[in-house]
Design a binder for this molecule. Sequence first.
Ligand code: NAD
Length: 499
Amino acid sequence: SSIYAAPGDKGSVAQYRSRYGHYIGGEFVEPIKGEYFEDITPVTGKPFCEVGRGTAEDINRAVETAWKAFASWRHTSPAERGVILNKIADRIEQNLEMIAVAETWENGKPVRETLAADIPLAVDHFRYFAGVLRAQEGGISQIDENTVAYHFNEPLGVVGQIIPWNFPILMATWKLAPALAAGNCVVLKPAEQTPASILLLFDLIGDLLPPGVVNIVNGFGIEAGAPLASHKRIRKIAFTGETTTGRLIMQYASQNLIPVTLELGGKSPNIFFEDVAAAQDSYYEKAKEGFAMFALNQGEVCTCPSRALIQRSIYDSFLADGLDRVSRIKQGNPLDPETMIGAQASNDQLEKILSYIQIGKEEGAKVLTGGERVDLGGDLTDGYYVAPTVFEGQNSMRIFQEEIFGPVLSVTSFDGYDDAITTANDTLYGLGAGLWSRSADICYRAGRAIEAGRVWTNTYHQYPAHAAFGGYKQSGIGRENHLQMLAHYQQTKNLLVSY
Ligand code: NAD
């Protein structure tokens, strides 16, 4: 398979506009203050387009536009909305390669992932909410002989959504599909590192929705995100990002007493029990694969299995085999379909990861592999590449406790079941966890004992639309995906009627 041409070059399947404003009322509009900022591709470290720099004025305009659209959107039936969401899914699927290449260019993740996972998952997500909506029922309770209580699921109105840069299209989809299915209108703010792929998406699918139902205001956290989250006329704020930002979002929301959904950080344990090594079979191969999953999406995943806990009796042998698997992760040009690990999404993120590698070294953790920036040469020489890095140390170290959000794994050993659970739960976070054991008993008990919203057992990094996803502890509030997500975008109307 040949390397995809870069957007901007002749023959590329994806081309960006050189400049994007905000997407408000079904069209691209200039930012009110007329300012733009550069969007940089991490593949080469060079800017590739300009995007409108949003302010409170743009947010006001988008919120007003969304309320106007809500006046009729709220009266569409679940079936009508389902048809639209299915059309959106079809349009994305028909343009899958184009969107995948565009997102790779903006985010730096390998095109093999955007082609096989990010964009197909986005398609399925729209289809899931298009269908599941129609299965949702209100309830009728008979109060007495002549009195009946009817329950209706009503939309909230205009909702705000703020998303991060690690899965631009998929994070937008996770938020938009349930909100629209439930009958809300939306003002969405993409991350300032990756707005263009979402704008390109709306260039493509925008005509399928009535104008104003979805509005996108670009810009930075304080300038555009805070005015959205604290806006008096939004009825909910849904946020994915850092735990520290999540605290601020909750403060803003408290001023207007609106509900929040928060999907925040993680420091997920990946636990390998000794029976994993009982035979050198396909199960063992899968477990090694699971060990290397920390590098998926360059480690920029909130559920990144960034702490590997290996039972002492198999520690040396399993670690050696796991490191062998890590050495086969092919790093390279993200537009090459053979590449498994691409570029970190931004220079800030690159710097953050390198500083944590330094912290790990200073606190006495041992570098088993990687531990540095990678220069891929040629056009890619200024791209943001970091070698998959594995540290050996103790769970009390900062590299075991703080979210790095890069391809950095911290490994330690444990002595038995109780030690495994105690170490796994010794974290502020509780988003994901991985369990590897051939024993159904161990898997069940450990799965229930681990304080995390998603526990993968003998697998990792699967994100089906119909499995509830979200955090325990400081990893968040509320759930995404699954039928129960609709409830986060609805309120219950009760009509109590005497006949
Ligand atoms: P971030 O919190 O800095 O930014 C996320 C978004 O919030 C961006 O759009 C940003 O502009 C906006 N923002 C920043 N400050 C704001 C403010 N004061 N008011 C309103 N909006 C503001 O996070 P990040 O570094 O861009 O993203 C990485 C983080 O996201 C990681 O911590 C990761 O774990 C988390 N994440 C979580 C999930 C999940 O589902 N739990 C998924 C992906 C990423």
